[in-house]
Each structure stands twice: as C-alpha cells, then as structure tokens.
Design a protein around this ligand. Structure first.
Ligand SMILES: Nc1ncnc2c1ncn2[C@@H]1O[C@H](COP(=O)(O)OP(=O)(O)OP(=O)(O)O)[C@@H](O)[C@H]1O
Ligand SMILES: [Mg+2]
Length: 232
C-alpha cells in the first residue's frame, strides 16, 4: 500500500533522513521506533507532502506521490495525526469531527456514530470545547477527527506521548481496533514495547537511517533492541 524507496530529506545543510526504505502492506500495523532526533517525524512529514524530499520515491497504491501536494494526498486516503495534539481548541468535539470530514458530504452523522463507538468518551463530551478536554481526550479527538476522513492509511506520530500509563494502554487498544476496522496504520512511537507488541512489522531508526527491521515479535526479542529501547 505504501512504499518508501531510498528517501533522503534535508533541512538546509543537515540531512535528517539518509536513504530510508520502508514497505507497508495493506491492512498492517507498521511501526517506526528510534531515539529523539532520529528523523521519524521527518519521514511522516515527507509522506504527507508537508516537506519535500531531496531524493527518493514515495508510492501510495502504485501511484507515486513524492511531489504530490498535501491536500491531494489526503484526498487519496492518507491522513496524518501530527505530533502533539492539534485540535481546534475553541470548537466543540462535534465541530472538530465535522471538520475532519470536510472533504465529504455523505453520511457524516453515521460516521460520527461509528467514531463514537470507538471513542465513547468523545460522545459524552460532544458539545464540550476541545480546549477543555484532558490531554488524553484531545489525543483521542485528534485520532477520531482523522478517522472522519475515512482514510485507507493513517499515520500516527507518537500518539501515546505524555499520557498516563492507563491511557497509553487505552490508546494502543484503540489503534488495534482502528486497524481491525480496515485501516492500515503507520505508527511512530517512543514507547517501543507497546508499539512492537501490536505491530506486524517494525523498523528501528538511528540518526537518519534504518538500522534494523523485522516482525514486531522478532524485534522485541532482539538483544540490540532490548538494550537500546526496552531497558533490558
Ligand atoms: N525544521 C527543521 N529545521 C532544521 N532541522 C530540523 C527541522 N526539523 C527537524 N530537524 C532536525 O532533523 C532531525 C530529525 O528530526 P525529527 O523531528 O524528524 O526527529 P524525530 O525522530 O521525530 O524525533 P522525536 O522523537 O524527538 O520527535 C533532528 O536532528 C532535528 O533537529
Ligand atoms: Mg518526532
């Protein structure tokens, strides 16, 4: 579904991504783990069309999107939930969700009900201003809003960041549920343990390059990964 071939991305003189290859099959959960500054967010921004790679290819469903505009990429069914919680603070939960569906006019109410089944807390708070939600609830709203666009593939950049342990578990449970509903998931996470436990495949990134890849299970058993990312 998504192929990244020999991707290079630079910020001025600094090369942040140095020839990365990633392959994501339809229906999978694939994660990318690695230390701060490794280049994970940069890869996501390049896929979404928000920064231009210096070279390499990004292919979505057999169509090259390396230089396609961000809004076109969204309309092709690829949605990114960025790092941090970007919800519209002064709008209600319901208004935020409607904005997520701005590219469509059909069945919005029905889709909202489906999203509320995944995130019951948002249904309870549907009329509340997004800015008054807790951090975890805002993270859920950001993910729910992305789902309103009915993506084929969703890119999640550190969805568990800053959440209490119990909410971290809840977010990972929800990611699995989203995937089971038919959405392919590409996940960037610092929480390597949880990410590997739900992933079909995973990649480990260090200073701009992929240094390891394998199934979630293989990587969680790898000595190198345990030492560097699982505290073992
Ligand atoms: N706009 C920018 N201008 C210059 N350098 C940047 C810019 N954005 C990121 N970088 C640099 O590129 C490198 C990769 O950053 P990136 O945000 O992709 O890392 P990351 O793996 O997502 O890290 P984190 O886990 O901290 O979110 C870092 O060295 C960072 O300082
Ligand atoms: Mg990042």
């Amino acid at each position: 579904m998504l192929e990244i071939e020999d991707l290079h991305v630079s910020y001025g003189m600094i090369e942040a991504v140095k020839g990365v290859d990633i392959e994501i099959e339809d229906g999978e959960i694939v994660s990318l783990i690695g230390a701060n500054g490794a280049g994970k967010t940069t890869i996501m921004l390049a896929i979404s069309g928000l920064i231009r790679p210096s070279s390499g290819k990004i292919i979505l469903d057999d169509v090259e999107i390396t230089r396609t505009s961000a809004d076109k990429i969204v309309s092709m069914g690829l949605i990114q939930v960025p790092e941090g919680r970007h919800v519209f603070q002064k709008m209600s939960v319901e208004e935020n969700l409607k904005l997520g569906a701005y590219l469509r006019k059909d069945n919005i109410q029905q889709d909202m009900e489906k999203v509320f089944e995944i995130f019951p807390i948002l249904k309870e708070r549907r009329t509340q201003m997004a800015g008054t939600l807790s951090g975890g609830e805002q993270q859920m709203l950001a993910m729910a809003r992305a789902l309103m666009a009915k993506p084929k593939i969703i890119l999640l950049d550190e969805p568990s960041m800053g959440l209490a342990p119990i909410l971290v578990q809840e977010i990972f449970r929800i990611i699995k549920e989203i995937n089971q509903s038919g959405v392919t998931v590409f996940l960037v996470e610092q929480n390597a343990k949880m990410a590997l436990s739900i992933s079909d495949h995973a990649y480990v990134m260090e200073t701009g390059s992929i240094v390891l890849s394998g199934s979630g299970k293989e990587l969680s058993e790898s000595e190198q990964v345990q030492k560097a990312y699982l505290g073992g």
